[in-house]
Design a protein around this ligand. Structure first.
Ligand SMILES: Cc1ncc(COP(=O)(O)O)c(C=O)c1O
Length: 389
């Protein structure tokens, strides 16, 4: 398979390409979609085959027997992340935004606080606020283009109303892969303030050479308050399957979660289960290894282009395909640099403020697209800011 192939996604109910004109005014005719976090690549052949086999059989009845599905998840976590999972710990949700909603619903009540390390993936705050809970924004420190935690400041912010914390590991946006010391700091913080810790590790497979992801579950002493979340969807580009895993080692937490799942009548979609089973395999692993090499090339291309524009700075990414670019150095108002990217360069991007405090001067660029597209986007960006040269 070639990641260089340009695949036309227009007219396929594709959020990223079909919606960029209605939402951002970036013309479908010659715009470039670099916002929604999915990739413009086909998944590995093993995943495609699983769907084709189901379609060829042609009967779409209820799914039964989760053994191979759960074993595939356990195999992947052990093989790729050095984390031993018991199949009994695994729940399947309709993706991890849904998983987040389920956690908020299970372990907090209206009015409670939920802690986020901002700037962070925007859907967390949307879910928390929609559920009538309060978002407690603990802002990270931007230390020379690298996000760091600030436990002293965050300790001072706690009021006692906080019940849950969501960790994004690796972090989106900014692409930090947290170190063992940082994760131990999060665990200690959660204990100090008696918080359930939800660790969203959806980006854990997309880590660049030089960094190693450590599952929060491998940090000692946090197990009795820990909820892990992962999915095949980012790694294998199957987000439309809306399938995610909430993995809970602690029996009491598991019981509480199982009760809410049951009360809401939730059970998974058979296509998502089949795709996950196929993806978490040696063939899937080989494809991910190739994908990372390709994405790393795109990351370097984007970084070099951004760094050559005076006033722009791209965070040093250890993970994810979501570049986090700071426009503060241009001295321009947010409306002006955003207008140049959307109207002049005709690139649809995510706006920094939606990620919470600390995101104000940033735009997020998704570079999981053929290299020629990233190249064209960077040429346009350079032209749009040519007056700064
Ligand atoms: C940290 C994080 N969690 C969850 C999601 C989305 O998860 P899902 O599509 O499974 O709801 C994203 C998508 O970008 C993400 O970045």
């Amino acid at each position: 398979m070639s990641f260089d192939e340009i695949i036309d996604r227009f007219g396929t109910h594709c959020a990223k390409w079909d919606m960029m004109e209605p939402i951002y005014g970036v013309p479908a005719k010659d715009g470039i979609a670099m916002w929604v976090a999915d990739m413009d690549f086909r998944p590995p052949a093993c995943v495609q085959k699983a769907v084709e086999d189901m379609a060829a059989h042609g009967i779409y009845g209820y799914w039964g027997g989760e053994g191979d599905y759960k074993n595939a998840i356990c195999w992947w976590m052990s093989e790729r992340h050095g984390w031993t999972v018991d199949p009994e710990w695994i729940f399947t949700t309709h993706g991890l935004v849904h998983g987040t909603g389920m956690c908020v619903d299970t372990w907090t009540a209206p009015g409670d606080g939920v802690v986020l390390m901002t700037p962070v993936y925007h859907a967390f705050a949307r879910v928390i606020r929609s559920a009538g809970r309060e978002v407690v924004e603990c802002q990270m420190v931007n230390n020379n283009g690298r996000y760091e935690m600030d436990f002293d400041a965050w300790d001072a912010q706690m009021t006692g109303r906080e019940k849950l914390m969501i960790l994004c590991s690796p972090h989106n946006p900014g692409g930090r892969v947290w170190t063992r010391e940082e994760l131990e700091g999060v665990a200690a913080f959660a204990k100090r303030h008696d918080l359930i810790l939800v660790s969203d590790e959806i980006h854990h497979d997309l880590v660049y050479p030089g960094a190693t992801h450590i599952p929060m579950a491998n940090i000692e002493g946090i197990e009795d308050r820990l909820v892990m979340m992962s999915a095949t969807t980012k790694t294998f580009n199957i987000a439309g399957s809306h399938t995610g895993n909430v993995i809970i080692p602690d029996p009491d937490l598991r019981k509480a979660f199982a009760t809410r799942m049951s009360a809401l009548g939730l059970s998974p979609n058979s296509f998502g289960l089949a795709m996950t089973t196929a993806a978490y395999s040696p063939d899937g692993a080989a494809w991910v290894d190739e994908l990372i090499v390709y994405l790393d090339g795109n990351r370097k291309l984007l970084d070099a282009a951004v760094e050559s524009i005076p006033g722009l700075a791209s965070m040093k990414m250890e993970s994810t395909y979501l570049a986090w670019v700071d426009f503060a150095g241009t001295g321009m108002e947010r409306d002006e640099f955003t207008r140049r990217v959307q109207k002049d360069a005709r690139i649809a991007i995510n706006h920094g403020p939606t990620f919470g405090k600390g995101g104000e001067s940033f735009l997020r660029f998704n570079f999981a697209t053929p290299r020629s597209v990233v190249n064209e986007a960077m040429e346009r960006l350079t032209t749009a800011f040519a007056d700064l040269q």
